[in-house]
Design a protein around this ligand. Structure first.
Ligand code: VGL
Ligand code: ZN
Length: 207
């Protein structure tokens, strides 16, 4: 067989989600949108991208998971308790609701995290049943987008890789807090080192 005919791409394509794939949308909540209690710059720009990705997965019958920060009012990550953050994503408040326009498919599984006062959880796997649910659904590969690249997205991707899931980052559908100006680049570099693949949301949606 001529070299150009060699099938080198036997792994599932990053552009074509199929059986074994799931979408994980991280923390797309009002308090993380610009103007919110812990606004992530430009986070609103990725709402339509994630909406269209969720549509692609739902139309293909593939599972969609949406994590959310779901804190009690006295959460340990809040400054009043000595934590680094202003109060945000307090359970059952408007700030904790998913951003309008995200239009999550009805089948979306919602994963609440950091729900206990003394427990911080940046990763969607930490203290949740996300791993169990993914395994039960036969998921092997996660497409991940949302906020914040340098906190909850990174932590979720790290845990996913540690647990043996393949990960494809929706590279244009993530936004960073950038407490330090290069935190986003550091997070993207760390994910690359973890063997994370990337795809642009429009490539996926066009498939
Ligand atoms: C997050 C800071 C505090 C996040 C959550 O979703 O990335 N960041 N809580
Ligand atoms: Zn939080």
């Amino acid at each position: 067989m001529a070299r150009s005919d060699t099938k080198i791409d036997s792994a599932p394509s990053v552009r074509e989600p199929g059986p074994g794939d799931a979408l994980v949308i991280v923390d797309m909540q009002n308090d993380f949108m610009p103007g919110g209690a812990l606004g992530v710059p430009h986070a609103d720009e990725i709402i339509p991208l994630l909406r269209s990705c969720a549509g692609v997965f739902a139309r293909r019958g593939l599972p969609v998971y949406a994590t959310r920060d779901w804190h009690p009012a006295n959460h340990c990550s809040f400054r009043a308790q000595g934590g680094p953050w202003p109060p945000h994503c307090i359970a059952d408040t408007p700030g904790a609701q998913f951003a309008p326009g995200l239009d999550l498919p009805a089948s979306t599984a919602v994963i609440s995290k950091a729900t206990q006062a003394e427990q911080e959880a940046y990763s969607g796997f930490e203290g949740t049943d996300l791993e169990r649910r993914l395994r039960a659904a036969g998921v092997r590969r996660l497409f991940v987008g949302g906020v914040a690249t340098d906190y909850c997205v990174l932590a979720t991707v790290r845990d996913a890789r540690r647990l043996g899931f393949d990960v494809v980052l929706l590279e244009d559908a993530v936004r960073a807090v950038n407490v330090a100006p290069n935190d986003e680049q550091k997070a993207l570099g760390a994910m690359r080192e973890l063997g994370v693949q990337t795809v642009r949301s429009a490539e996926l949606a066009a498939a």
